[in-house]
Design a protein around this ligand. Sequence first.
Ligand code: GUN
Length: 289
Amino acid sequence: MAAIVLDGKEIAREIEEELKGRIGDLSKDGVTPCLAVVIVGNDPASHVYVGAKERACARLGIRSLRVDIAPDAEYGEVVSTVRRLNEDPGVNGVLVQSPLPSGMDEISITDLIDPIKDVDGFHAQNLGRLVQGDVSGLLPCTPAGVMRMLERAELDLRGKRAVVIGRSRIVGMPQSLLLAQRGVDATVTIAHSRTADMADLCRDADLIVAAVGSPNMITAEWVKPGATVIDVGVNRVADNSEKGYYLTGDVHPDVLDVAGALSPVPGGVGPMTIAMLMSNTVRATEMQH
Ligand code: GUN
């Protein structure tokens, strides 16, 4: 039997509807949330993501401010841009799009962002709160979006085995913490490029979250029948189309025939990430007023 498809677009629409009410309440107090996005260089995928963030802001009536910095800019220019945005009372959320050009330290730039404006949730203070079990603050958008998807599907993860493939600070690590938190109570294994028995681990899992960046890596043979599979991968594969590539996830399409529930690419985790960024921007604005 084919898996239930977890429709991220639809859930993101519901989140946006809920946010519109809160944005309306802020506007009654004369406040319009404002998200500033700093983009350094010409990474094509980053420009696509930032465009999607700007369109979401426009749909919701959130002001968006974009700061483009040349790929060969000095590190100091990025630092002074972040400091200026921190000090600007009209800016409620600040994010620096990843990846930065090679040689620029992403973690030290992230830690310069005022934690109350850190809508990516990557600042050491916000990630630290998550480690302490406090999930009431600004949480990383992709993992928080995955949690909303799982909640919406009413999947009970208590005592279940979850495998998170990938250990990045953007997805894998915070995802593992969110799945293991009290109240969710999954038993989490973090798998990565040095994991020896990946296929066996996955076959035992009730939930697989794939965030590797390797097209179609998780095949049907790796998936226990009925398991939930969340595909965080967004991979560009070259083809002869006008664009020159197509998008595919980390999960092979055949998994649809084995899994109980599957998030598609595109239309799964991607829209959820944007919705959670909008949610963090509104939350940051509410915390600041
Ligand atoms: N690059 C890929 N995903 C993200 C994200 O969630 N935030 C930022 N800042 N950069 C990214």
